[in-house]
Design a protein around this ligand. Structure first.
Ligand code: AMP
Length: 280
């Protein structure tokens, strides 16, 4: 396995293989966990070459968010990538990706980027789209692997790829969860024991929504309010949003008549966690 830190080197590696080999790409911010590994394993099955990027992207963090304290452990990540048979880890520095004078940003306009995470974290998706565009340009992957855990990111990335004619196909894989349902996330490492226990409330609220919809409840306000009641019963939880939206447009749904996305963002102690479920 190769560790590549420079864009020029990454480009010439790709140039040497792209004619004969299919390239699978897994973009990550590192501190790899089972969620990331599920994407890597699938890329390994599908493609001749697997490239994993590890880059904590500063432009997708807002002021006062956790960019500085975000967990980083490159040597552990490299070990895990080796075990999974990854061909290349691309781990550029901040200066390599955003040199002095950097001033170009990519934005998917409209509702997809403005609702949910976009509304709670202004500028987040501009940062995501900018780094993805750069990485797609550098790596030219045939297939790019994303997790449903970041459902809105997937929709925004698909729109970006379609609108800018990026030559990659986006593959989406299910959210990997702990035994008690908590979605695996790098940010779970911020949680102390009590907070870790409390964090299951996100998944429980999604299960509640599933149950209500299965019972035939069609009023989304009722579903949201029952989910909120459940979350509020957990003293360490502070709701950012609970939403029932159209799974394609992410617009608010009044009456649940077809597949919806139920999405939650909740602070547990100081840690902001997100989760979602598609419910047909
Ligand atoms: P991140 O390092 O958090 O930017 O995540 C990199 C990729 O891993 C994104 O496509 C995420 O959606 C995906 N991912 C993160 N957590 C999970 C999970 N629990 N299950 C599946 N994919 C995940």
């Amino acid at each position: 396995m190769q560790l590549i830190k420079h864009i020029n080197e990454m480009r010439s590696y790709i140039k040497g293989i792209e004619k004969e080999k299919s390239i699978g790409f897994v973009p990550t911010m590192g501190h790899l966990h089972e969620g990331h590994l599920s994407l890597i394993k699938r890329a390994r099955q599908d493609c001749d070459e697997v490239v994993v990027s590890i880059f904590v992207n500063p432009t997708q963090f807002g002021a006062g968010e956790d960019y500085c304290r975000y967990p980083r452990d490159l040597s552990r990540d490299i070990k895990l990538c080796k075990q999974e048979g990854v061909d290349v880890v691309f781990a550029p520095s901040r200066e390599e990706m955003y040199p002095d004078g950097y001033s170009t940003f990519v934005r998917v306009e409209g509702g997809l980027s403005l609702t949910l995470e976009g509304s709670s974290r202004p500028g987040h998706f501009q940062g995501v789209c900018t780094i993805l565009t750069k990485l797609f340009n550098i790596i030219s992957p045939h297939f790019s692997y994303f997790g449903q855990k970041d459902y809105q990111q997937v929709l925004v990335a698909k729109r970006l790829v379609r609108d800018l004619n990026v030559r990659t196909r986006i593959v989406v894989l299910p959210t990997v969860r702990e035994k008690d349902g908590l979605a695996v996330s790098s940010r779970n490492s911020y949680l102390n024991k009590e907070e870790r226990c409390a964090a299951t409330v996100l998944h429980q609220s999604l299960e509640k929504a599933k149950q209500l919809i299965k019972e035939g409840k069609r009023d989304s306000d009722l579903v949201v309010s029952r989910m909120k009641d459940l979350i509020k019963a957990e003293p360490l939880a502070e709701i950012d949003y609970v939403a029932v939206v159209d799974s394609e447009t992410l617009r608010k749904v009044e009456r649940i008549a077809k597949e919806v996305l139920v999405a939650v963002a909740v602070k547990i102690g100081g840690t902001r966690l997100i989760d979602n479920a598609k419910i047909a």
